[in-house]
Design a protein around this ligand. Sequence first.
Ligand SMILES: Nc1ncnc2c1ncn2[C@@H]1O[C@H](COP(=O)(O)OP(=O)(O)OP(=O)(O)O)[C@@H](O)[C@H]1O
Length: 726
Amino acid sequence: MSTVSSGGKGGKVRIRGLIGRIFSPNSEKDDENKNSSDQPRKTSDIEISTPYNTVHRVHVGYDGKKFSGLPQSWMEILLRDISEADQKKNPTAVVTALKFYARKLKEQQSDKFMTPTSVYNQSYEDDIDVQLSGQVTEHFRQLGCKDSVLAHSGSSSAGSSVSGASTVVDAHPADPINLSRRTMVPSPAPQGIPRSGSSNSAIPMIDRDTLVMDDTAMTSTSSSATSSAIFPPPPPIYPRNAKREPPPPPQRIKNSTATNGHVPAPAVPTLVTPEDEDPKLMEQESKREDPDATILAPPSNESSPATPKQPQSRIPPQVPPKPKHLKSTSSFASSGSAPFSATNSLGNSLSNGSIASNTSSDAEPHSLSNKENSTLNRVADAATNTSGGRKDANGQKAQQAGHSQGTNHLLQPEAVRVRQQTEKDRKLTDAEVLDELRRIVNQGNPLTKYEVKKQVGVGASGTVFVANKTGSSEVVAVKRMAFKSQPKKEMLLTEIKVMQQFKHPNLVNYIESFLVDTDDLWVVMDYLDGGNLTDVVVKTELDEGQIAAVLNECLKALNFLHNHSIVHRDIKSDNVLLGMNGEVKLTDMGFCAQIQPGSKRDTVVGTPYWMAPEILHKKKYNYKVDIWSLGIMALEMIDGEPPYLHETPLKAIYLIAQNGKPEIKKRDELSPDFVDFLDRCLVVNPDERADSDELLRHPFICRAKPLSSLVPYVKAVCELKAKEGK
Ligand SMILES: Nc1ncnc2c1ncn2[C@@H]1O[C@H](COP(=O)(O)OP(=O)(O)OP(=O)(O)O)[C@@H](O)[C@H]1O
């Protein structure tokens, strides 16, 4: 690949590709460290930098029976998780899943091997690239695959025009990959903050995308209200049966979780295809329109492997033990937009999955109301690693091109693509984030203002406590985070800014924030004493009126955010907090992004099980992704879990890619209104998907019960957690 980025205002010209590949990770790291220095970048000089990207590429072939070119360990995982029959059914979906897998692995490695200064930059400038060979698209054609699948897999000429010269540039078989639902990553909690449950000093933090957490990391119960509540006569609460245990996770790289230092991450193979390396093809791709209107055509449902039905018990009021996936803690910002291929390379589902840039450009204008707002877009995407939609020096969308031309080609100027990096795209340095943070937090010592009482939960970025305002009975929640060791510092900025600026009764209300000794970041917010919705949906069965009530509140929040051009991007039950009086509020604004009306983004953000297909396929997307996730959350309220939760992550991603719209397992038991509501949310094509205005008027939402109907459920779950000592 011969791609070069040019820092417009803020950057250097960068040559990526083979040059980068021949350098060692250490060289790369050195370069990263330079880049992450706090020095402002020069704006004038164009220079050829040292390579910053070591790319490990594996050319993947598919002969109609099996994939080839994958490292052995990947092959084993693939065979274990996705049967050959399933692979044959939809190799494109396999590749989509592998791309996610690779990206996720890379992220995990980045987190594990982070250093206080370099982690963020490093993690997002590495290439992860899984692509399907033209042989596969050709194979599709021979099989007479659906047009929609071919449309996704790339141009019709892709297969035939590409030679099978699949040369392994550098296949570095990874250790068996673990994207398990019990992944541990080091905790960045501030020193001195009490931690729960872990035998070593690091709190086990579970990837939020995996949704199964170790009990030791589980959110503890919060509520003083739970213990003191005078319990009303028990309503008919329908507890759910304990769920089947998920399949055992693959073996993790054993010695990695404890690492928090400077060990270089093992290389992750990058899968590429001949198409990527054929300039003609790339040119064709570059001319292709952004196919936003077509997302993923849902393939035939006959192949949809239904998740085994979970028998539902309706024996009140016994509530089963909390399943392992009850709460997870860290949202997955799988970053991995394709540099130079945002529009799509080889179709959307097969676009280049590289994580290569610190830039964020969806060609969106910034027209925010004030200076603070104007940074939000950049902050959000930089925090989640965007790339894509980038333009070359001539303002044209640059495409990944010619990366098999060999080193000689790469060194020739005409083979070099120049990436423009605008000021808005530029990732903030740690020092800049710190400066900005200092500007927006309150002055003073929070310890004199608040008395921290007890821990109510642990998240990926820090620990949440309940606290009293000194000298008053006012109760607040305080989220404390160790700023310096945060891998995604800019996300904290985003979260605080969104909370500061966008106030709504259905959003968790921000009160103030403090930065103590440059490392102990406090965010003070309203305390929601009823825990999160996950606990309720896992342990009880809400009826349709109650589900409508929850959805109504969430829709009000989404409608507010969307009307302010804010996309939440991580809607799921974990991020819905409940009050003992039936309040329902959205939280976790770290993934929010500002999207101007009519424009779209392509950052891969969110939690896979809830993730809209257009994100999964790395298409441009807009606020409609929240509506899809809301539909998945509605399924959670019906089934107690999102679709595919019991599948291995690789299989789950494959199934989402393969099936598009998930099966509504209890369709026959639901009212027509509810089914229609779900059908309006879970539309694969976002242009046809409902928006929050439509859904707020939907007959199902009009049947919402009063919020007070939720209270007994919330209290019952809190009681149960109190009994369990959580
Ligand atoms: N305002 C609040 N009131 C009550 N409980 C809260 C509040 N905010 C968070 N919690 C609880 O604290 C726990 C951790 O919250 P946090 O937001 O840190 O988690 P997370 O979203 O998983 O992680 P992160 O935002 O760091 O990625 C969650 O279980 C959540 O339910």
